[in-house]
Every structure is written in structure tokens, then in C-alpha cells.
Design a protein around this ligand. Structure first.
Ligand code: NAG
Ligand code: NAG
Ligand code: NAG
Ligand code: NAG
Ligand code: NAG
Ligand code: NAG
Ligand code: NAG
Ligand code: NAG
Ligand code: NAG
Length: 408
């Protein structure tokens, strides 16, 4: 789970901006250092903030960046040399700028419900989905495990700049940030008055354990390593650790039921990251399988069958986790082969041929957020993974996709 798929790299680690997206300067939070809220390499954590405007001035969207996890000191050490463990490295790799697309963008044509909100994007440099809080710095490797403190320091900053008076607030995040959203959702809600509408949206954060599906031992072993490396035994939600061993409390299927705040899951039942990384261990992964998970055209039927089995496990796990049919829970589960949606217009708004109940992801989330209608939809018609991109080139696809959206 630690390695990133090339496909994921294309879709979420783009160094420069994309035409049409707004570009926001990346800042570091110096005040976090005194609280010990630092990245793996000891540097202050980073964020990119775009203030709200117009009638969005009282609305706050806090977005948690993702990027896998590190499960041992050597993989955490690797991270401390790049943007996933070090803010200076992040800033230099992105030329100091983060582009905001999809549900973070300011164009009302594509993002009609959230375009004028304050958007506060928190970068990910702890490798533990913002849950670690180890006092001592690892003396051998000089690594600091303080993701939970980073989350808290960022919330302090948000309250300082006015979020406490929000009318509407949304915590969201993608991938490891989507898992962090689930883990922090109730704590986020507790920051506000009871008159604030507070909800959470987890994007591609529903990492299944799926104990009867191949690779379960490996998925558990990986999170077990994450728990021990980052000292998470006492930082995970006690509502879960009172029932399950800590390792299982990084799997949303054991967390979601206890969350009191309204929560929406935005997912592919053929999550390309989970299929690519969590089924076979790197040592068992054949070159054939690697090819297939990078490009569905190279898959044979045995491999497609594995993907169908993944989907079956994913859907059943999600359905048994969300038994509440009220608007307190929402989900949009499609069948396009991908991972990550929210921060891209091609992910959330115009993913071609990807409406459910005649709504795009952005419309579904907007309607659910503002209580216009509930939304619990899964694509039950397509039981094969679909390629919903027209090209691997991010900028071209984005243009193609938004043109398509404008024409329909
Ligand atoms: C954002 O920056 C990129 C280059 O990094 C540029 O192509 C794009 O036009 C910029 N977007 C805006 C809205 O200025
Ligand atoms: C350890 O990291 C800190 C930053 O947190 C740095 O100031 C210090 O020089 C490093 N120590 C060693 C021995 O590399
Ligand atoms: C640490 O994790 C990496 C994968 O991220 C793996 O390749 C490596 O073998 C692990 N090292 C140890 C000592 O377990
Ligand atoms: C939104 O995007 C469309 C299509 O790119 C463009 O025509 C329009 O001018 C944009 N609107 C704003 C307010 O930037
Ligand atoms: C909100 O909190 C106030 C006191 O802080 C309480 O009087 C009121 O009943 C609460 N309203 C709701 C809807 O819970
Ligand atoms: C993987 O795909 C490449 C083409 O992209 C092909 O040349 C190679 O033979 C494939 N390898 C396997 C093991 O299928
Ligand atoms: C299909 O893929 C599987 C798993 O990658 C492999 O074991 C099998 O040999 C492949 N079958 C054919 C006919 O290529
Ligand atoms: C689908 O939604 C569009 C607006 O988004 C609407 O114009 C159209 O009538 C809807 N179609 C159906 C079949 O409900
Ligand atoms: C998007 O790309 C596809 C395939 O490359 C092409 O057929 C289609 O015309 C493009 N659509 C637009 C609106 O550019």
C-alpha cells in the first residue's frame, strides 16, 4: 500500500498547475512548531488557503491531502526526503503553488455549491493519516511522528482565522486523507456551535479489510506495521479500539458506524489503488498483473475476475457498514477504474458517462450537503471495471472533460 501507482501519480501528484484551475500559494504554519506539530523531517506543516467570497463568506471547506502511508522507519525516512514528509521538499516540488480543481475550484459552472467557500487545503507530511502523536523524536533516524498534532494545530489556525463562526463547514479528504476524514469527522464537528451545518466527505478513503477476499492478511499486516511504526495504539478512536484490535481500527468498515456526524463516501467499486496495491504483495505481484492494473487493456479474464471479486467485497462491505438509510449517510459508488475525485474536475464533475441517478458526483454531494435530497447510489449495472478517461495526459483530459460538460 505504500508505493504509489503510476496512475495515481498522474492523477494526484501533478507538480504544476492546470489551465483553468486557480493557483494558490502554499504556506507553512510556523506556529505549529512550538506545539511540536511537525512533519516527519521536523519541518512545520504546510497548507494552501483560498478565502471565501460573496455569499460563501461564512462557509468553510477543509480538505486533507492524501498519499498512502509509511509502514516502517525506512519508508518513513524515504518520505522525509520528499513532499510527503517534508514541507520544504513539497514547496520546491510544486514551485510554491497548489492548483485547486474539482470541488475546490472557484468556477460556479463546475462547482456551483462550493465555489465561493473558504478552502483550506492541508498537506500530508506525517504518513499516518494525521493520527500519530509520539513525544520522542526517533534518535536513530531523526524522524518525528506527529500527524494528530498537525491536524490539531491546523484546526487552531482555522479557528483563529474565523472558522468558528461558520454557517456551513465541510471536512473532506482523498485517499489517506479520506481515511483521515473518517477518523477526525466527529472531532471536526465538535469545533462548531450546534447551529453550524457540519458534514464530512471521504473521497476514496474506504479501504476495505475484506477478511474473506484474497490479500486480507497482507492488508492487515500492512496496517499493523503502520500502527506500530507510528505508535497509534492509543490514538485511534476508542469507540473502535474497545471492540477491535487497533490494526482493524484503520479500516473504515470498523469506524463508520460509530461516527455521529453526517458522512458521505465517494468511491469507485473498482478502486484502482486498492486493486493495484492491496491484493498482491509487491513480491507476489507478477509483471502481468502490474501491466493489467496500469492499463485494463492488458488484463486477461483471470485478472478481471479478481477485480470483479474485489468489487463484490467492496460493495458488500460498504453496504453492511452503512445500514442507516437516512440522509446522515450518503454514498456515490461508481464503476470507473480510478482512485481520487474531489480535487479534479474530471474526477468529480465531468467524469464521462459516470452519472448515478442522473447526477454527477458534485451534484450528488451538493444536494446531500444542503439537505435538498439524500443520496445513496451504487452502480449495480456495470460489473466490469470501466476506463472513463480519454487520455493519460491530465491537462488534456481535464480540457476534454470540461468541454464535454459545457456541451451537455
Ligand atoms: C496556474 O499555473 C499554471 C502553471 O503552473 C498555468 O498553466 C495556469 O494557467 C495557472 N492558472 C491560472 C488560473 O492562473
Ligand atoms: C534532526 O532534525 C532536525 C529538524 O527537526 C534538525 O534541526 C537536526 O539538525 C537534525 N539532526 C540531525 C542529527 O540530523
Ligand atoms: C519497509 O517498507 C518497504 C515498503 O514500503 C519495504 O520495501 C521494506 O522491505 C520494508 N523494510 C523493512 C525493514 O521491513
Ligand atoms: C468557468 O469555466 C468556463 C469553461 O472553462 C469558462 O467559460 C468560464 O468563463 C469560467 N467562469 C469563471 C467565473 O471563471
Ligand atoms: C444548542 O445549544 C444550546 C446551548 O448551547 C441549547 O440551548 C440548544 O437547545 C441547542 N440546540 C440544539 C438544536 O441542540
Ligand atoms: C507489459 O506491457 C508492455 C507494453 O506496455 C509489454 O511490452 C510487456 O510485454 C508486458 N509485460 C507482460 C508481462 O505482460
Ligand atoms: C492471466 O493472468 C494470470 C494472473 O496474472 C496469470 O497467472 C495467467 O497465466 C494469465 N493467463 C493467460 C492465459 O495469460
Ligand atoms: C437529468 O438531469 C438534468 C439536469 O441535471 C435534467 O435536465 C434532466 O431532465 C434529467 N433527466 C432525467 C431522466 O431525469
Ligand atoms: C474528448 O476526447 C475524445 C477521445 O479522445 C474525443 O473523441 C472527443 O471528441 C473529445 N471531446 C471533446 C469535447 O473534446
Amino acid at each position: 500500500m505504500a508505493a504509489l501507482l503510476p496512475a495515481l501519480t498522474i492523477l494526484s501528484l501533478v507538480a504544476v498547475g492546470i489551465d483553468g484551475y486557480r493557483n494558490v500559494t502554499i504556506s507553512t504554519l510556523a506556529s505549529a512548531v512550538a506545539k511540536g506539530a511537525v512533519c516527519l523531517d521536523g519541518t512545520p506543516p504546510a497548507y494552501a488557503y483560498s478565502p471565501g467570497f460573496g455569499d460563501g463568506i461564512d462557509n468553510w471547506h477543509v480538505y486533507l491531502e492524501g498519499g498512502g502511508w509509511c509502514e516502517n522507519t525506512s519508508s518513513c525516512l524515504d518520505r522525509s526526503t520528499n513532499g510527503l514528509g517534508s514541507s520544504p521538499k513539497l514547496i520546491s516540488s510544486k514551485n510554491g503553488i497548489q492548483s485547486f480543481g474539482g470541488m475546490l475550484e472557484d468556477n460556479s459552472t463546475f462547482n456551483s455549491d462550493f465555489y465561493n467557500w473558504h478552502v483550506f487545503r492541508i498537506f500530508y507530511c506525517d504518513g499516518s493519516s494525521f493520527t500519530s502523536d509520539v513525544e520522542d523524536v526517533d534518535p536513530v533516524h531523526n524522524l518525528t511522528y506527529r500527524g494528530a498534532r498537525i491536524y490539531d494545530a491546523m484546526m487552531d489556525e482555522l479557528l483563529r482565522i474565523g472558522m468558528g463562526n461558520a454557517k456551513n463547514a465541510l471536512l473532506s479528504g482523498t485517499s489517506a486523507g479520506g481515511l483521515a476524514t473518517i477518523l477526525h469527522c466527529d472531532k471536526f464537528q465538535a469545533l462548531f456551535h450546534n447551529t453550524t451545518r457540519v458534514k464530512c466527505v471521504s473521497d476514496s478513503g474506504f479501504f476495505v479489510y475484506g477478511e474473506h477476499f484474497m490479500g486480507a492478511d497482507r492488508r492487515e499486516a500492512f496496517f499493523s506495521d503502520v500502527v506500530s511504526t507510528h505508535g497509534l495504539t492509543n490514538t485511534l478512536p476508542t469507540s473502535c479500539t474497545s471492540k477491535f484490535r487497533p490494526t482493524l481500527c484503520l479500516f473504515p468498515e470498523n469506524l463508520v458506524q460509530d461516527i455521529k456526524t453526517p458522512l458521505f463516501l465517494m468511491e469507485s467499486s473498482f478502486d484502482s489503488y486498492q486493486i493495484g496495491e492491496n491484493v498482491f504483495s509487491p513480491s507476489d505481484k507478477s509483471p502481468r498483473w502490474a501491466n493489467c492494473t496500469h492499463n485494463l487493456m492488458f488484463c486477461n479474464w483471470t485478472e478481471i475476475k479478481i477485480m470483479k471479486d474485489f468489487r463484490y467485497t467492496f460493495i458488500n462491505t460498504l453496504k453492511s457498514t452503512i445500514t442507516d438509510s437516512s440522509s446522515r449517510r450518503g454514498y456515490f459508488v461508481h464503476s470507473c477504474y480510478r482512485h481520487g475525485h474531489m480535487a479534479y474536475t474530471h474526477g468529480s464533475t465531468c467524469l464521462i458517462g459516470n452519472k448515478l441517478a442522473n447526477k454527477t458526483i458534485t451534484q450528488a454531494v451538493g444536494d446531500w450537503y444542503f439537505d435538498r435530497s439524500g443520496f445513496q447510489e451504487m452502480d449495480m449495472l456495470n460489473d466490469l471495471p470501466r476506463t472513463c478517461t480519454t487520455t493519460d495526459d491530465e491537462a488534456t483530459f481535464e480540457k476534454n472533460c470540461s468541454d464535454y460538460y459545457m456541451q451537455h
